[in-house]
Ligand binder design. Structure first.
Ligand code: BEZ
Ligand code: FE
Length: 301
């Protein structure tokens, strides 16, 4: 019988799991056990601390509802969602394709359809803006009939799921590009907002004396036949928290600024952002780059 001690235990666990038939699962679980054990040794984890962690994870699970995914929020606030995003982008993004960003927990399937430059603010009120530009392929040609989905907070910094009856959709919409790949979204200027702070993840963020804010942003998902789905977001450069996003979603290439009288804006009287999104051809075996809400759980009825 093996004499288990702090040094031999890790290998004993891995040896027992070696019968796992799925090679990827075997690889992932072996690495997970090695790193978890190394972590516990590194911090000399005490029984009380481990029970505290289990209690925290239990509360994270209990905070999940069909409209709230506290585990994704945990993954976001410790940078794991963004890390998975960045690695996926590195493995699959080609050429000049636009960088990905977090899907976030507020994406919903079946957002309403709008025409070119029609406003997706159907209930919320506030100062307006236009987001317009083109969807381009790797060669810089416009992609016709691409779906451009946008969603964001209102001018008070709340998503529809937080502001209204969660059954009601607002501040989100689906647009289609024209024959030359042009799209235009009329919307409200989003406000930066606090991630949900009323659950166990919010308590953790407060304990760490972090502000819990995300800079103002507009989420964009671009889908077109034969192309890799692009899940990204544009961040407004004027936001005071642009460099300290609580969920680490901001990249320099995704920071934009509102301008007056931009040439080509479909509503020149409104401040606007022009942004051309580049998408790349879908490669064989490419899977979704989404790290965020499970759309089957947050679907419109
Ligand atoms: C968001 O983009 O809305 C978001 C992302 C991660 C956590 C919370 C909110
Ligand atoms: Fe968001």
């Amino acid at each position: 019988m093996a004499d288990l001690n702090e040094e031999t235990l890790t290998d004993a666990v891995i040896a027992q799991m070696a019968s796992t038939p799925d090679p990827r699962m075997r690889e992932v679980m072996e690495s997970l056990v090695r790193h978890l054990h190394a972590f516990a040794r590194d911090v000399r984890l005490t029984p009380q601390e481990w029970l505290g962690a289990i209690d925290f994870l239990t509360r994270v699970g209990q905070a999940c509802t069909p409209y709230r995914q506290e585990f994704i929020l945990l993954s976001d606030t410790i940078g794991l969602s963004r890390l998975v995003n960045l690695m996926d982008d590195k493995a699959n993004r080609t050429g000049e394709a636009t960088e990905a960003s977090l899907l976030g927990p507020f994406y919903r399937e079946n957002a309403p359809e709008f025409g070119h430059a029609e406003s997706m603010a159907t209930r919320a009120k506030g100062p307006e803006m236009i987001l317009f530009g083109r969807i381009l392929d790797d060669e810089g040609r416009g992609v016709p009939n691409a779906v451009v989905e946008a969603w964001q907070t209102d001018a008070d910094g709340a998503y529809d799921l937080q502001a209204n009856d969660p059954e009601v959709m607002d501040m989100r919409g689906r647009y289609h590009t024209d024959a030359d790949g042009h799209y235009a979204v009329r919307t409200l200027i989003p406000l930066g907002y606090s991630i949900p702070m009323d659950g166990p993840v919010g308590a953790m963020v407060r304990q760490q004396e972090r502000h819990g804010m995300r800079p103002a942003h507009i989420h964009v998902l671009v889908a077109a036949d034969g192309y890799r789905e692009l899940v990204t977001a544009l961040y407004l450069g004027h936001d005071a928290n642009i460099d300290t996003d609580t969920v680490f979603g901001v990249s320099e290439s995704l920071v934009v600024n509102l301008r007056e009288n931009l040439p080509g804006s479909p509503v020149p009287s409104l401040p606007s952002v022009r942004y051309d999104f580049r998408i790349s051809k879908r490669a064989a075996g490419d899977t979704t780059g989404r790290v965020g809400a499970d759309p089957s759980k947050i679907a419109a009825e």
